[in-house]
Ligand binder design. Structure first.
Ligand code: HEM
Length: 482
């Protein structure tokens, strides 16, 4: 299968030549100026070019996500003919010489598809109900939500991304010029990679974007990388379990979430709950607590392979940093939390050999980028967040109920998951939610791994989001010609 077919829902929009050029950033002009790679590749990420690289947290330096209303559907559809040529294909993105100055993606909510005249049932009830209605299933209060996400009024989102803020601005203003008053931006937020050696790391400080599933038939997986059938991520492909309209082929559903991170509070918690390893300094012990909450050290090294101290060389090695499965000779994996806690964020989301057979049904492709400023000295000293920062989180899948929603509801929020362990694991301490009420977790201290800890707060607070349908090029053409 061709690469362009595989990532239909993400950035597969080859440029037809017969339509007028988008004013500011036509693909030819933008390609001729690029001298550096738009895809950043921090140590620990799979090497470029790689399928995963275009979907990881750091595939570009900054991006803008704008939620829109479609005010004039007829005018919008007509003008979209001019926009389509500027949307970058995956193969264009993977080759530096063909990368545009700024990339562009577009996706629509259920309300947006209706507004554009699409009445077909896409057969994903979580998508069609919208994220606001889904909040109770995610065990979260919508009190903390950005007001624009409350309800089902957002019609679509466009995402522009670049490694140059100038190009990003030009791309955004060109897009708004072309689409004019056919759309109205009701909310927009800018994400950006963190500075210096923190590029590729989210705001808590952990290298992100290491572990992603790869798709059957697409290259050789890296050691430890899971391979899923294409239909788990793309509609109408092998093992997409649902019946869909044929025009949706190679599209995906996307769960977008704005997740606020309380970094000083996360650090205070770890300082107050240091692991009790004899001889360890307070700073090392607090760092170990955080690593056990995540299941990885900040360098990306998995605690399953480096249980007591960070191993930055391991973290930076994509051939080793994902090659683990929570089993160890001489240890019983139903009680062993010396290596990795059962409740650790990465173990809750991808339990590897905790499930037999290994789960292939609940994988997502993640594509997040940090937003907001770096933590200030004052915030760090006071232990209190004063300026909002967090993660613009995107999960791509063919079925939201068995992708994003399932992971949040059935695994991260579920104190019993994984079952049949020597102790009730408790919630994922990073991302598990309990409607704002007390959360408990286990495994934070390797000296007392079955010990139960009450987490004083959510360190990640949802600001809401929406579920979108991200069309492949052919699906986008169907939508605008219908
Ligand atoms: C602010 C919130 C979040 C933060 C800071 C965060 C951070 C991280 C980090 C640092 C990793 C390890 C790096 C990697 O393997 O790529 C990771 C892995 C992962 N996260 Fe999150 N995450 C967040 C929210 C979520 C949410 C909402 C979901 C799903 C609903 C999720 C699903 C996953 C999955 C599936 C993995 C890969 C686990 C593996 O394959 O071992 N994360 N996350």
């Amino acid at each position: 299968m061709k690469l362009t077919a595989l990532l239909g829902g993400l950035t597969i929009f080859p440029a037809p030549q017969s339509v007028p050029r988008f004013p500011a950033l036509g693909p030819t002009t933008s390609r001729s100026v690029r001298t550096n790679n738009m895809l950043i590749n921090p140590p620990g990420h799979p090497p470029v070019p790689h399928l995963d690289e275009v979907t990881t947290s750091s595939f570009n330096i900054s991006n803008v996500q704008a939620e829109v209303l479609i005010v004039d559907p007829t005018g919008f559809k007509k003008l979209m003919n001019m926009v389509i040529p500027t949307i970058s294909t995956v193969d264009i993105m993977l080759d530096m010489s063909t990368q545009p100055s700024a990339s562009l993606n577009m996706a629509f909510s259920q309300t947006g598809l209706h507004k554009l005249g699409i009445q077909d049932n896409l057969n994903d009830t979580v998508f069609s109900g919208g994220q606001f209605a889904d909040a109770p299933n995610l065990a979260e209060s919508t009190n903390t939500w950005v007001s624009q996400f409350k309800g089902t009024s957002i019609h679509g989102v466009y995402i522009t991304a670049s490694d140059s803020s100038n190009s990003l601005m030009q791309q955004n203003s060109a897009l708004q010029t072309v689409l004019g008053t056919t759309i109205q931006v009701v909310y927009s937020i800018q994400g950006q990679a963190r500075p210096g050696d923190q590029a590729g790391h989210e705001h808590f400080g952990f290298l992100d974007g290491i572990s992603q599933p790869t798709i059957e038939g697409f290259g050789t997986p890296l050691p430890g990388q899971v391979t899923v059938p294409a239909g788990k991520l793309l509609l109408n492909r092998e093992q997409d379990q649902m019946t869909r309209p044929s025009w949706t082929i190679d599209s995906s559903f996307v769960a977008f979430r704005q997740l606020k991170q309380l970094v000083p509070e996360f650090n205070t918690f770890a300082n107050d709950h240091p692991a009790s390893i004899p001889g360890m300094s307070q700073a090392q012990a607090a760092e170990l607590t955080q690593a056990r909450m995540m299941g990885r050290w900040k360098s990306g090294a998995p605690v399953d392979l480096a249980p007591l101290f960070d191993d930055p060389v391991l973290g930076a090695d994509p051939t080793r940093n994902n090659n683990f499965n929570y089993t160890h000779p001489g240890f019983n994996s139903s009680s062993d939390q010396i290596h990795c806690p059962f409740s650790a964020h990465i173990r809750k989301n991808v339990p590897r050999t905790d499930l037999d057979p290994i789960d292939l049904a609940h994988h997502i492709l993640r594509s997040g980028i940090p937003y907001g400023p770096e933590v200030t000295e004052v915030e760090q000293q006071s232990g209190q967040t004063m300026m909002e920062r967090g993660l613009l989180f995107l999960a791509v899948q063919s079925n939201i109920a068995s992708g994003f929603q399932f992971l949040q509801k059935a695994w991260m929020n579920n104190p019993e998951f994984v079952k049949h362990k020597s102790v009730l694991p408790g919630l994922d301490p990073v991302m598990g939610q309990n409607n704002g009420s007390a959360r408990f977790t286990t495994g934070l201290d390797p000296m007392n791994p079955e010990g139960n800890t009450t987490l004083p707060m959510q360190f990640v607070v949802s600001r809401g989001g929406e579920y979108f349908f991200m069309p492949s090029l052919s699906a986008l053409r169907h939508i605008i010609s219908s």
